[in-house]
Design a protein around this ligand. Sequence first.
Ligand code: ASP
Ligand code: MG
Length: 416
Amino acid sequence: MKVFKFGGASVSGAGNIRNVKSILQQYTDGPLLVVISAMGKTTNALEAVVSAFYNGNKDEALRLFENIKGDHLQLCAELTPEPLPELSDFFTEVEWLLHDQPVRNFDYYYDQVVCIGELLSTLIIAHYLNCEGVGNTWVDVRDVMRTDNNFRDAKIDWAFTGKKVEIEILPLFDVHNLVITQGFIGATDENESTTLGREGSDYTAAVFASLLGTESQTIWKDVQGVMNADPKLYPGAVWISELNYREVIEMAYYGAQVIHPKTIKPLQNKGIPLYVRSFLHPNEQGTVIHNRKITSLPPIIVYKKEQVLIELTARDFSFVSEGLNSEVSQWFQQVKFKPNLTQITAISMLCVTDNLEEKLDQFAQSAAHLFEVHLRKGLHLLTIRHYNDSILEELTRGKEILLKQQTVETVQVVMR
Ligand code: ASP
Ligand code: MG
């Protein structure tokens, strides 16, 4: 058995969905579970609907939702003349909600509305495939993927979900080799919809791979596989044919947007290889991520833009004796904020963070009791793993370097 995940870009528009069909047709000789995201930028569009609703702009929310609805209906009609009445049920569900007044917190409404993106995309694609003779079963993942009620960042109940997978998903493969379901969403024990965090579909696929003990997981993307840098930022980027789990976790930690960071652990636990392949060039091999020791990797380059350097200087020398860095981490925790880099000296501490105004303000307020606080904005954080002198020289040439940290494997530079 295999698990595939198709992201938003791979299913945006009728042409891409036809392409997905031709990929799937090559793999339906054995059991295959396919996890699909919302189409294109639908999740962002739905976020705008919830914000309008929550801010009391009901008409605006309904108007924005009308556009999303129109796009999906048009796409469905473009793919097949066969009607799909189930779509209306989902539309109505959201419209009812939008007519209410918000009485619960934002995150709750976010999940109830945003989950519709993946339900619509999978419903349309499953329907189209069935019309085209690619027999499949559509599953509402909310009947299977049980989570807690930590809306927008829900945690999976592995034991319950595992049982559901066994009872509800496994028998479906007796009917069709192909089962289609949603990524990113789940439900609580009270049947309220939840989401697992943006870009969470990779993770959903990994949960299924782990619970079903599949031979592999494949993520189909618009790039040839994992690259050593973002080609938009670094034109010399090259494709990497093989990585191990550890390297991918490190890359995600430093901010590379390759694969959702939670994806790796379930796969690593079961030793399931992860393939990252291009839906545009489905015959190319892509990148494999597994447990092997990998000896020669190119330098891996990660940029984080819009960084802020926070300089905390102790007002007196007590910093040295009292170890105030634990206080600093507490202030960060209080505002659910995490520095991307820290450096401690005898009387000062440097932290590099993302530029999140509100969190920075709150943090600075706490810190001002004990420290002089100085912020410098508009910086870049460059991380290079497996670096050499020449690449470091090339990428920092002409820049002002404010902070540098170096281990044998990794160098990080804050610069402008
Ligand atoms: N549709 C969701 C998002 O855009 C989940 C995903 O694509 O993985 O964040
Ligand atoms: Mg996506």
